[in-house]
Structure formats: structure tokens, C-alpha cells
Design a protein around this ligand. Structure first.
Ligand SMILES: [Zn+2]
Length: 101
């Protein structure tokens, strides 16, 4: 029988069990501003570093997608405090109130 495992607690979740997929889409929040104190030499060095760096690692710094399977108990805990920082979730039904660049 096919089964999944809760990414948080390890509970085995068999076919037909209630389970949740937490999908994360992480994107660098570039605001269009480059620090003024970067010299031309420093900028050239950064560009050269990018050209020689591992493209996959560089792409992960800009965009990354992750997915986890959670059981109901772990999902309920996750939505209350996804970053385990003892703050309640910012989604109170009205969605995120931040600003996208
Ligand atoms: Zn769990």
C-alpha cells in the first residue's frame, strides 16, 4: 500500500488519510535599489563572481520551490506559527498585507 510520511513528525499517512501539501514559493525581493557605496571595481568583481559561480546555487538565491506533506495536527500547528517564532500567523483570513516589489 502506498503511503506518505509527515515531513514534520514522521507519521505514516496511508492512502485515504487526511494530509496536506505545504507548497513554498520563495522569491528574492529585489526592490530595484543597488547600494550606492558599491564601487565600479566591486560591481565588476560581483559580476565576474556570478559568471563563474554554480548556476543552480545562484538560481536558488533568486527562486526556490519547496513542498512538504503534513498530517492534520502538524498542519494546524504550522499555520498558527509557520516560522516557530511564537507569533501568530499573518493570515487572519484577509491575506498578506505586505508590499510586493
Ligand atoms: Zn505530523
Amino acid at each position: 500500500m502506498r503511503y506518505d510520511e509527515c515531513s514534520k513528525c514522521g507519521l505514516i499517512l496511508y492512502e485515504g488519510d487526511l494530509k496536506y501539501i505545504v507548497s513554498m514559493h520563495i522569491v528574492a525581493d529585489y526592490d530595484g535599489v543597488i547600494a550606492e557605496d558599491i564601487s565600479d571595481d566591486e560591481m565588476e568583481r560581483l559580476i565576474a563572481e556570478l559568471e563563474t559561480s554554480d548556476k543552480e546555487l545562484t538560481e536558488r538565491d533568486v527562486h526556490q520551490e519547496l513542498a512538504f506533506i503534513l498530517c492534520k495536527r502538524c498542519k494546524d500547528v504550522f499555520v498558527k506559527d509557520p516560522f516557530v517564532c511564537k507569533k501568530s500567523s499573518i493570515d487572519k483570513g484577509g491575506g498578506w498585507k505586505g508590499e510586493l516589489h
